[in-house]
Write a new protein. Structure first.
Length: 230
């Protein structure tokens, strides 16, 4: 079944207020981006649904400006959250918005995932990240994330899949444009193969689940949840 619903407009607007500049002439790009992203992308409801019932702290690899933390708190999910990203500007903005919204048990750090992962034990989110790192770094990130999972914890991935579809080709083109416009620090390098991911998770003793998560967007986005059994 394909997930289509994004967050409702009122919730998106409420979250976006944390990114609104103090003065009318301030930089509003993250405010408008947050509203548009939350209103149009089924990512957040899809990830929140997978997180419900979990008690493990969450590490968000490639967190951007931290929208997942805001969505979690808006939906009543109080798991400890830590977000890391290579973009120092986005981390600065994430910290400011978190302070403005008074989110508890939320933290952010600037980390280059290609150089190694931070220490963590719990669940891990890797959302719209894997395709932007080298194949070697992608494998290292996945292996490192799997090693962090405690019993009952989940590895939550949103990624395009390399399945040869029109959606896959569209995803690659738009991801490349995002790099050209400098919203992303890197262009697409390798999109994961679903069979290879399943084999990796099976070998690690995880229980994987693949769900389409493109909604009304043109992207070939999938939610992949790999759970460490209790």
């Amino acid at each position: 079944m394909t997930a289509t619903a994004a967050l409702d407009g009122a919730t998106a607007h409420r979250i976006a207020q944390a990114f609104r500049p103090a003065r009318w002439y301030g930089d509003s790009k993250h405010y408008f981006y947050a509203q548009a992203k939350l209103r149009s992308d089924p990512l957040y409801p899809g990830i929140l649904a997978a997180l419900r019932g979990s008690t493990a702290p969450l590490l968000d690899l490639g967190c951007g400006i931290g929208l997942l933390a805001h969505a979690m708190r808006a939906s009543g999910i109080a798991l400890p959250y830590r977000g890391v990203d290579i973009d120092a500007g986005k981390i600065t903005r994430a910290r400011a918005a978190t302070a403005k919204a008074a989110l508890r048990d939320v933290g952010f750090d600037c980390v280059d995932l290609s150089q190694g992962l931070p220490a963590h034990q719990g669940s891990v989110a890797i959302l719209d990240v894997l395709q932007f790192v080298s194949p070697a770094a992608q494998d290292a990130i996945l292996d490192g994330a799997v090693a962090m999972l405690v019993p009952g914890a989940k590895l939550l991935i949103r990624t395009g899949l390399d399945d040869g579809s029109l959606r896959a080709r569209t995803t690659r083109r738009i991801d490349a444009i995002s790099r050209t416009l400098r919203w992303m620090n890197a262009g697409p390098q390798r999109y994961p193969d679903a069979d290879a991911l399943r084999a990796r998770f099976d070998a690690a003793g995880l229980v994987p689940e693949f769900t389409p998560l493109y909604g009304r967007t043109p992207f070939n986005n999938w939610r992949v949840v790999a759970t460490r059994p209790l």
